[in-house]
Write a protein that binds this ligand. Sequence first.
Ligand SMILES: [Zn+2]
Length: 250
Amino acid sequence: MPGKSACIECTLNLYPPQVNFPLCTIAQTPRLPEHCIEYVRMMQWPAETPFGKDIDGDNPEHIQWIFEKALERGSQYGISGITYRLTQGVVKNIIPAVASTNAVIAAACATEVFKLVSGCAPIMNNYMVFNDADGIYAYTYEQEKKKDCMACSLESQIITLREESTLRELIDFFIESPVYQMRSPGVTMVTAEGRNKTLYMKALREHTEANLSKSLKDLGVREGTEVNVTDVTSLLPCIFKIYFDSPMTS
Ligand SMILES: [Zn+2]
């Protein structure tokens, strides 16, 4: 329920971090099936471009080509376990959905609707784990809203910066931070005089670009000043309260 219960963003820390393999391992000392697939994707495909420059993860011919080359590489290094499905998973960076996954989700949704309509049993509140890798295991619990959730919290978040931090550093931080992963953030603030001031906005680049190299202090940001940050990755603007004198963390 938007605004009431946890949103997807609130639950993101439940997901395992994205796996990246070091290039030297992929190139020189592969140990896993994934290393062989990544090798073909990153080195052999660009060198041989069998079906053009770009890989289409949904094109079976592309996946088949990578799969076969990865098998060859696997056999050179005595690595087994390379399958077509794993190949597609690595190339698309996903766990390929199988029909049974969708069927389980559909069944859970239908069960909830039935409970809502009939009142025959308490409804799920609000998170379900279903595991049928080895036998069947399922349980439900209430996932709580994250107080400082970027997507659904209206509270401001605290951010501490170095005294001399520039606006560009702040913007780069929002882009590079694994927490925010913004693409092209725009930053505004309310000045001590109560005026709205745009510090940077891509659409207003001509007028605001010069601010990027200035320090936040020179731009009028004080201890405890709130800046509004807007970005395509978030529906609502995020409000950050700025403090100085500490390493940049979030
Ligand atoms: Zn949320």
